[in-house]
Design a protein around this ligand. Structure first.
Ligand SMILES: CC(C)(COP(=O)(O)OP(=O)(O)OC[C@H]1O[C@@H](n2cnc3c(N)ncnc32)[C@H](O)[C@@H]1OP(=O)(O)O)[C@@H](O)C(=O)NCCC(=O)NCCS
Length: 171
């Protein structure tokens, strides 16, 4: 049976392998390990899709900020999302996003930022971030820089620069 739960320490090696397999390179797995060691890591928001002893998918939300003209506003970055190649297109990625967003709301977060394929993330309610007056500290194409409000009008008066920690530059 598939479960969607918080990662445990003894799954860390399996998660590294899963992410490497999903992306076909090690950068994203290294990013997760860097975030895990940083103060931006939120253990409750590093989730796995597990089936028996197997880790089939992983999603991570970590802390970043939006710098507005008035304040530094805490938000979440969704990155990365991975499903093991042999089990892709079976709904596991979607379920990880859905379960993850529920956990984000339960923990009282209000905004999630993502760099991702609009055709995939639109279905969860993500919209183009530039429409809300947001721009990224990284050179990211407008179409793939997206945002989701977890609370109604969360983005009202929150516009400015989304600051990605420098470790995101490596990906
Ligand atoms: C992207 C990914 C997480 C999706 O997970 P998944 O379990 O395969 O996806 P689901 O089964 O929930 O959803 C399948 C849908 O996603 C679409 N899809 C899958 N990968 C996609 C991609 N890279 N771009 C656009 N759409 C994609 C499929 O077309 C399908 O759409 P449909 O239902 O309209 O046919 C997974 O394919 C993966 O790990 N890919 C490699 C890593 C990656 O690119 N991660 C995302 C960037 S952070």
């Amino acid at each position: 049976m598939l479960n969607f739960v918080q990662e445990t320490d003894n799954q860390i090696e399996k998660i590294r392998q899963l992410i490497t397999d999903a992306f076909g390179q090690t950068k994203e797995a290294a990013l997760v390990e860097t975030i895990r060691k940083s103060s931006n890591f939120i253990p409750e928001l590093s989730l796995v899709a597990q089936e028996n002893e197997d880790v089939l998918g992983h999603i991570l939300f970590s802390s970043i900020v939006i710098e507005t003209s008035q304040e530094t506003f805490p938000v979440l970055a969704l990155a990365p999302l991975s499903v093991t190649p042999l089990r892709q297109r079976q709904g596991i990625g979607s379920k990880l996003v859905e379960v993850g967003l529920i956990r984000c709301r339960e923990l009282n977060h209000s905004i999630v930022i993502i760099v991702g394929e609009p055709r995939y993330y639109n279905r969860f309610g993500f919209q183009k971030a530039s429409q809300f007056g947001l721009h990224s500290s990284l050179p990211i194409p407008d179409e793939v820089f997206m945002v989701l409000e977890l609370k109604p009008s969360a983005l009202m008066n929150v516009n400015g620069t989304v600051w990605y920690p420098t470790y995101f530059n490596e990906v």
